[in-house]
Ligand binder design. Structure first.
Ligand code: NDP
Length: 284
């Protein structure tokens, strides 16, 4: 399942739609500090904005920026009529209370879907901004016509940004999966994973899920993005997923590669959420 392919298909639809609008949807991207992975994610998000005809507002703050100042900036963006969506790149430096910062974003501009209002509505099955990675996983499954109805889904990981929302989405009435959510206290991870018709790996452990943990013909969605040393590469590292792709690819019905799987979908869904936010806000 190629996230690159699905992503470029959806991006084309978004680009076409933006071309018909009288305004450019505007995404504010807030980066605090100089974490290299965060810088690279933020760059990809800005690039996607430019490709799709969105405008973007870039707020780059020193790593020592106070929480108070960050909250002030979010308040300004929240009250700025030109801004449709606000994205605060995580993780934030340790001296900042991430939950408080997320709560400061109004739900209408929370295109990451992380505020309690959007998360609450997601669990209730009501209209909300769905967090981008889970939304991207659903879009991938839909594109490849993989039904989750009546399927046994095992999610490895229970984070607020991936594990919790995807497991909630899949158990709802429109998806009808039977979902098991694993964490580091799970007694026998291998036995749980072997039950899965669809396995969603989001544990942040390099290639931890191998052929002995996946049943023949399963569908595997690998969310992991892990950097490992690789002296054969000029830059000295490469990215791998949470699954051992080489071991799994001939055993499963379908699998997402890393890179080129869930990653591109996440950014595309951010663009889709920003477009939705812009349409809703500017309608009135
Ligand atoms: P977190 O570190 O927040 O959460 C990891 C989860 O996995 C935790 O719930 C943890 O359990 C669980 N876990 C870790 N090790 C094991 C294990 N051996 N057995 C069972 N459960 C385990 O990670 P995220 O959810 O933020 O991200 C997960 C991965 O996905 C990372 O590699 C991240 O880089 C990637 N990612 C990729 C995105 C994309 O766009 N493709 C977007 C977001 C993340 P416990 O709660 O007990 O600690």
């Amino acid at each position: 399942m190629s996230g690159k392919e699905v992503s470029s298909f959806i991006r084309e639809e978004i680009r076409k739609e933006v071309g018909t609008l009288a305004f450019s949807p505007c995404l504010a991207v807030v980066l605090v500090g100089d974490n290299p992975a965060s810088i690279s994610y933020v760059e990809s998000k800005k690039k996607a904005c430019e490709e799709l005809g969105f405008s973007h507002r870039d707020i780059e703050l020193d790593k020592d920026t106070s929480q108070e100042r960050l909250l002030e900036i979010i308040d300004e963006l929240d009250n700025d009529d030109e801004v449709d969506g606000i994205l605060v790149q995580l993780p934030l430096p340790r001296h900042i209370d991430t939950d408080m910062v997320i709560r400061a974003i109004s739900p209408e501009k929370d295109v990451d879907g992380f505020t309690p209002v959007n998360m609450g509505n997601l669990v209730l099955g009501q209209e909300c901004f769905i967090p981008c990675t889970p939304k991207g996983i659903l879009a991938l499954l839909d594109y490849y016509r993989i039904s989750t109805d009546g399927k046994k889904v095992v999610v490895v990981g229970r984070s607020n940004i991936v594990g919790k929302p995807i497991s909630n989405l899949l158990m709802q009435r429109d998806r009808n999966a039977t979902v098991t959510v694993c964490n580091t206290h799970t007694k026998d991870l291998r036995a749980e994973c072997l039950q899965a018709d669809i396995l969603i790996a989001a544990c942040g452990q390099s290639e931890a899920i191998g052929a002995d943990m996946v049943k023949d013909g399963a569908v595997v969605v690998d969310v992991g993005i892990n950097r490992i040393d690789d002296p054969t590469r000029e830059r000295g590292w490469r990215i791998v997923g949470d699954c051992n792709y080489a071991e799994l690819k001939d055993k499963v019905h379908a699998i997402t590669p890393v890179p080129g799987g869930v990653g591109p979908m996440t950014i595309t869904m951010l663009m889709e959420n920003t477009l939705i936010a812009a349409r809703k806000r500017r309608r009135g």
